[in-house]
Design a protein around this ligand. Structure first.
Ligand SMILES: [Zn+2]
Length: 442
């Protein structure tokens, strides 16, 4: 079980040094290693329809045209007819997770409000994927996406929109990495040999669902943070580090910072027995973060991960029909929740002025609240599903221990933000001047 993360990370950093956005690309590279490891060790009903002007040429994946009954029919089909989507494995019928009713949450995930993509965008997307996969696999991939875009339209939207604007390495490159066709992937696989694990499922639909939990996660990162200038012209001139910015449910959520808070790398001091996950995200080690500083920005990246791990969980739940074995989606999500708790606890105890600032900024408070509630919702949704919660016990106990969970409650109380919990980001942006919500492609 010896894996030299730092060596691999340096190696990746060096590979990307030639890239324009080298310091930014470092984050996705780091996160995919983490995601692969975490996976292997083992929505929103926001109505943006008023915000997005319908365009007649678009395929609006549901929007006003597809009513709830139609989505209900589709979900019914996916819930009870394995043959259409998940292949045939009758033994799964005996598994306990079949008793878990995901219908309601999958209905939410199937909401396509405001998630329009054009036929041209889809055509371009598949043309590019055709260049990545061998022909036979590409046909399966295309079939998969016919269902995926119905089950998890927000993920489908992210894949198409982010790959259109991103550099290849931070866009389609993720499909290559996960597919296993390039140098980076081979290096990761080599490193993972020590874990004596297999990342390959027998069934295509199961394997591709695992791939999608990784790719939607990574492309969410690649549509967030300093990359937002690719999607919103108005945000070109902002210096990275002066704002929080995340791709959430098809929109860019943007909040200017009042100030920079303490580094997330301080948190490692507060963890008694840090595991690999803690070390990857919270231990600066020998990394030279001074120059790039990308990961060293207060808790910006903790929130970014919380958002991306929620996306992984949503993807897994939306496509759970395909999953037979453990892909341990809950662990990463709970760990990021624990890191946010650690951050807020340290803030409250050691940086009282920062605590006042964080809880006084309603925009930041709204963001934290929404990300937390979403993470909690999906952690809760999969908690009894043996496929998604292997190894979760200790981290669940940590997150919900009163000493830790208490800081979340205190934060929500001090910031008086819970009154707005039912608002969407768009609604909040009209009430709170700190928050701005942008349409992608604007
Ligand atoms: Zn990540």
């Amino acid at each position: 079980m010896k894996l030299n993360f730092k060596k691999i990370l340096f190696l990746y950093g060096n590979n990307f040094n030639r890239c324009r956005a080298k310091s930014i690309l470092f984050i996705p590279v780091l996160t995919i290693i983490t995601t692969l490891i975490i996976l292997s060790l083992s929505s929103c009903c926001i109505d943006y329809s008023k915000f997005l002007e319908p365009k007649s040429e678009e395929i609006n994946l549901s929007g006003s045209e597809e009513d709830a009954a139609k989505i209900g029919e589709l979900l019914e089909e996916y819930n009870f007819d394995d043959g259409d989507f998940s292949g045939s494995d009758d033994s799964r019928d005996e598994d306990s997770f079949r008793d878990i009713d995901y219908t309601e949450i999958k209905m939410e995930l199937a909401d396509t409000s405001g998630l329009g993509v054009t036929p041209e965008e889809e055509e371009e997307f598949f043309a590019n994927l055709g260049g990545i996969y061998p022909e036979e696999k590409f046909m399966q991939v295309k079939e998969y996406f016919e269902d995926f875009k119905i089950l998890y339209p927000a993920g489908y939207f992210t894949l198409i929109k982010v790959t259109r604007k991103q550099d290849y390495s931070a866009g389609y490159g993720w499909f290559e990495v996960v597919h296993g066709n390039n140098l980076y992937n081979q290096e990761v696989m080599e490193a993972l040999k020590d874990f004596e694990i297999s990342l390959v499922a027998d069934d295509f639909y199961e394997q591709y669902t695992i791939d999608m939990t990784t790719i939607t996660h990574e492309l969410t990162h690649c549509g967030s943070g300093s990359f937002i200038y690719l999607f919103v012209k108005d945000l070109e001139d902002y210096k990275w580090g002066t704002y929080y910015s995340y791709l959430i449910d098809g929109h860019i959520v943007f909040i200017e910072k009042d100030k920079m808070f303490f580094s997330k790398y301080e948190l490692i001091q507060d963890i008694k027995n840090p595991d690999d996950f803690d070390r990857i995200y919270l231990d600066a080690g020998e990394l030279d973060v001074g120059e790039a500083g990308v990961s060293d920005i207060d808790f910006t990246m903790i929130l970014d991960e919380l958002n991306a791990y929620s996306v992984s969980a949503k993807c897994a739940v939306a496509c759970e029909e395909c999953v037979k074995h453990s892909i341990n989606i809950g662990f990463g999500l709970l760990k990021q929740m624990s890191h946010l708790e650690l951050y807020l606890n340290r803030c409250y105890e050691k940086y009282p002025e920062d605590w006042v600032s964080i809880s006084g900024n309603k925009g930041v408070a709204f963001l934290i609240m929404k990300l937390w509630l979403e993470a909690e919702k999906y952690a809760d949704a999969v908690k009894d599903d043996e496929r998604f919660n292997e190894g979760n016990q200790s981290v669940t106990e940590f997150v919900y221990h009163p000493d830790n969970y208490g800081i979340i409650e205190k934060y929500f109380s001090d910031s008086e933000i819970m009154a707005l919990k039912d608002m969407t980001f768009l609604e909040a942006s009209k009430k709170l001047d700190k928050i701005r919500v942008y349409d992608i492609d604007s």
